[in-house]
Ligand binder design. Structure first.
Ligand SMILES: *Cc1c(COP(=O)(O)O)cnc(C)c1O
Length: 398
């Protein structure tokens, strides 16, 4: 079928929740994608920070193929070798004590909220959850209740017990602390909100405050985790240990899997039957995740994300000097945002025509979250193209 026919059928049958770009992809390798007309692209979006080891990494492909031939699914009533191995590895990498596997980011956040409330109730606190303005934690009911009002419109009534405060504002958070409060959920680096890192002193104060008040601190590392920032998790840049951490996106190398981890204090509040999942952490998904994490170690992708991130950031800063339309360059490792003085949509469209996949988030931020093993030649080519495309935009005269 041709691209146009596929697009037409897609428009006919798929729920119209995504404003699709009419491009059909059929193949990926490393940091490259090919569309159905065999046009090659450099992928700086990586399926929204998912393909951290690149598209179709041979070791991940092999792990999935072998596991699919052996055993795909058994239910969580039984033990499976890849799930045990992945649980142990994630506990060791994170310094937390326990893990639960899910199928997506939102589901990880849902689980995190549940166990945080469970713990809070066990020590006589209420169930209120504080989240940050401009945060993003998913699209289920509870996760939209934590998020931006635009995602809640028309979906009421909202689940109860969610309050938002401004990001990087300690006083605002302090004002919401009461016996009612169960947990604070924060992305150490806001992703959908426009690649906005938390201030170091702010996040350290939040940690101290939560510890003092025995309020559960949840870090949502669904976008910032899995070596994206040059560390295994963004929390390692801040050197702050949360009580609970959520993961998904990059964890499975393209396979849908998420997780939340917690410390023993929280885990003690959980009893048999308190939470569950049918698919979560099945042998197929966990073997893909295990292979993904092994590739990150073997190919030294923490270093790669760090070094390439520094290079890319420096190049973007350089472009900023001669292009006033670039307001700010933010982020860590290969989780970078270029804030423009104008909406980023047109630039994104022009880049796409030139064979570069990136996206606009928070309206005027160009988000760059490429595979961590993207070759330097691809990054160089991107900078070359961006420097041509960005010149076409000027700051609108007001
Ligand atoms: C993407 C994302 C989610 C939601 O993940 P889904 O897999 O789409 O449910 C939650 N939190 C953050 C920080 C994210 O970036």
């Amino acid at each position: 079928m041709h691209n146009q026919d596929l697009h037409t059928k897609d428009q006919q049958f798929y729920l119209p929740t995504f404003k699709r770009i009419p491009i059909t992809f059929i193949k990926g390798k490393g940091s490259n994608l090919w569309d159905i007309e065999n046009k090659k692209y450099i992928d700086l979006l990586a399926g929204i920070a998912v393909n951290n080891v690149g598209h179709c990494h041979p070791k991940v492909v092999k792990a999935i193929q072998e596991q699919a031939a052996d055993l795909m699914h058994i239910s969580n009533f039984f033990v499976s070798p890849p799930q045990v191995a992945l649980a142990e590895l994630l506990v060791n990498l994170s310094g937390l004590d326990r893990v639960f596997f899910t199928n997506s980011g939102a589901e990880s956040v849902e689980g995190a909220i549940k166990i945080a409330r469970r713990y809070a109730h066990s020590i006589g606190r209420g169930g209120k959850i504080i989240s940050m303005h401009n945060s993003f934690h998913g699209r289920t009911l509870a996760t939209i209740a934590t998020g931006q009002p635009k995602y809640q419109e028309g979906f009421g009534p909202m689940p109860q017990g969610f309050v938002q405060v401004p990001f990087n504002d300690l006083e605002a958070l302090k004002n919401e602390i009461s016996k009612d409060l169960a947990a604070v959920i924060i992305e150490p680096i806001q992703g959908e909100g426009g690649i906005r890192p938390a201030d170091v002193s702010y996040l350290k104060s939040v940690k101290e405050l939560c510890e003092k008040e025995d309020v559960v601190l949840i870090f949502d590392e669904i976008q910032s985790g899995i070596a994206r920032t040059g560390k295994w998790f963004a929390k390692d840049i801040y050197e702050i240990q949360p009580d609970i951490m959520t993961l998904a996106k990059g964890l499975g190398g393209g396979t849908p899997i998420g997780a939340f981890l917690c410390n023993e204090k929280i885990a003690k509040a959980i009893q048999f039957g308190d939470h569950g999942t049918t698919f979560g952490g099945n042998p197929l998904a966990t073997s893909a995740a295990l292979a993904t994490l092994k590739v990150i170690v073997e190919e030294n992708l923490l270093q790669s994300a760090h070094d390439k991130g520094l290079w890319l950031k420096a190049k973007l800063e350089e472009l900023k000097l001669t292009n006033p339309v670039i307001k700010e360059v933010r982020g860590e490792g290969l989780m970078l945002g270029v804030e423009l003085a104008i909406p980023a949509t047109e630039l994104v469209q022009n880049l796409l025509k030139a064979g570069i996949i990136a996206n606009a988030t928070a309206i005027n931020v160009l988000r760059l979250v490429p595979p961590l093993n993207i070759p330097m030649e691809d990054l160089e080519q991107f900078i070359e193209i961006l420097s041509v495309e960005i010149k076409k935009f000027q700051i609108p005269k007001s």
